[in-house]
Design a protein. Structure first.
Length: 438
């Protein structure tokens, strides 16, 4: 498909790739899916990538991504050793993607009765009706250019459907490995959790330590009545890796959704998380930790939409910035007309451990109902000198004292990670980073 108007050079590279890959993309023979692809491509052709002239991107230097031409990997090298990335003692169902393609041999796709786990490419080939009514029903139609690019150029992803009343005993661990120089991975994931079901998901993004890569993911999650989901986004890629992560969630009445986003790596990371509380008495927790050094950059954009009455939400993000690192937090809570008895809380706290570190934070409330309880706030500061002096008087040297206080600052979020091996691994990684930074 060729655009009718002028297209910027950074956009044209990906449109050309679509023209080359068009007939080889999954779902080309599925009319409704192919139609979606072409609509996404048309949107991407029209709007291109965001720039710092866009309000939602004004503090994020996208030239780090758009100045490079990343390429879709036709067939990745699946001869990979995941041992270095394994979380000790974590018992999980693993589903592995390498450069955006399913690694069949290292993935567990046959789970218990009532749980369907399949690759998107396989679903589109054999049973596209399984996802037709869900696919594209949660993600915003007018979302930004990265989401449009994912919709046009995705080659695979995972489809997970949990039938009503099913409780999964072990977490489902999705591992996305980027390893090829200048590769773009674009997983498109769909998760449907039926009524009264319960599940845990861990999305892990890892990378080759030297390769320059881009991961541009889109995940849609549907949480049906009284279902419960614990969802973890773990980002530990190298400083040469870039990531744009979009997660869209729709909750029904009485459901519970908890998302914990832990960003401990990546050269530039953008996280978009939007949750729609569409049924009465739904609840959502958004929790996040980001720890950055060097010139790393993380941009967390969260949106909590209260559509129904008697819904509750709690949001807490904590960050630690060292050297010349930079973070952005833009948290939006919207209470729709008729969403009475809403209780929504939002907090962003950041520690700056260097004079050159920087945080731009913007908590935001939009309230169109009159019987609500909402609050938001942000703090930016340094380590408490009195607390530091107290530890020094107890015989603790300054470096160790700074590490202890910094770790205690973020531990409020880490303590709410219910999967013990995951929590232990993240605590170890974070402690190692803090010792190095301080």
């Amino acid at each position: 498909m060729q655009p009718d108007t002028f297209v910027a050079a950074d956009t044209a590279h990906y449109i050309d790739q679509f023209a080359q890959l068009d007939k080889g993309l999954p779902g080309v023979d599925v009319a409704w899916f192919d139609d979606q692809r072409k609509k996404y491509l048309a949107r991407f052709s029209k709007i291109g990538f965001p720039t710092q002239r866009d309000e939602d991107w004004r503090y994020t230097p996208l030239r780090l991504i758009t100045s490079k031409n990343f390429n879709v990997v036709a067939k990745p090298d699946c001869n990979v050793d995941l041992t270095p990335f394994k979380i000790p003692a974590l018992d999980s169902y693993q589903i592995v993607f390498v450069d955006g393609h399913l690694h069949q041999k290292q993935s567990t796709l046959d789970l218990d009765k009532g749980i369907t786990v399949r690759s998107l490419a396989e679903v589109l080939t054999n049973t596209p009706d399984l996802v037709e009514k869900y696919f594209g029903s949660v993600v915003e139609n007018d979302s930004h250019g990265f989401t449009a690019l994912n919709g046009a150029l995705n080659k695979d992803g995972v489809v997970i459907k949990i039938e009503p009343g099913v409780q999964i005993e072990k977490p489902i661990e999705l591992i996305f490995l980027s390893q090829t120089e200048m590769a773009i991975s674009q997983p498109r994931n769909l998760i449907i959790v039926g009524k009264n079901s319960k599940a845990q998901f861990i999305d892990r993004y890892i990378s080759n330590s030297t390769a320059h890569t881009l991961t541009n993911s889109t995940t849609e999650i549907i949480v049906e009545q009284r279902a419960e989901i614990d969802y973890y986004i773990i980002q530990t890629q190298s400083s040469s890796a870039y990531q744009v992560c979009g997660v869209w969630v729709k909750q029904a009445a009485g459901s519970r959704f908890s998302c914990r986003t832990i960003t401990l790596g990546g050269g530039l990371v953008r996280n978009d998380l939007r949750v729609d509380l569409n049924g009465p008495e739904a609840h959502c927790d958004m929790l996040g930790v980001y720890s950055l050094s060097g010139k790393q950059h993380v941009d967390n954009h969260t949106t909590m939409i209260h559509q129904a009455e008697n819904c509750t939400s709690n949001e807490l993000y904590k960050g630690v910035l060292e050297q010349r690192s930079r973070a952005v937090f833009h948290g939006r809570i919207k209470v729709a007309a008729g969403a009475q008895k809403t209780d929504a809380q939002q907090t962003n706290n950041t520690l700056l451990l260097s004079r050159d570190a920087e945080i731009d934070t913007k908590p935001q409330l939009e309230i169109y109902a009159d019987d609500v309880k909402c609050s938001h706030g942000a703090t930016i500061g340094q380590l408490n000198e009195d607390s530091l002096f107290y530890l020094r008087t107890r015989g603790i040297d300054e470096a160790d004292a700074r590490t202890l206080l910094t770790y205690a600052f973020v531990n409020e979020v880490l303590n709410q990670i219910d999967i013990e091996p995951l929590r232990d691994a993240l605590e170890k990684t974070l402690s190692s980073q803090l010792i190095h930074e301080t």
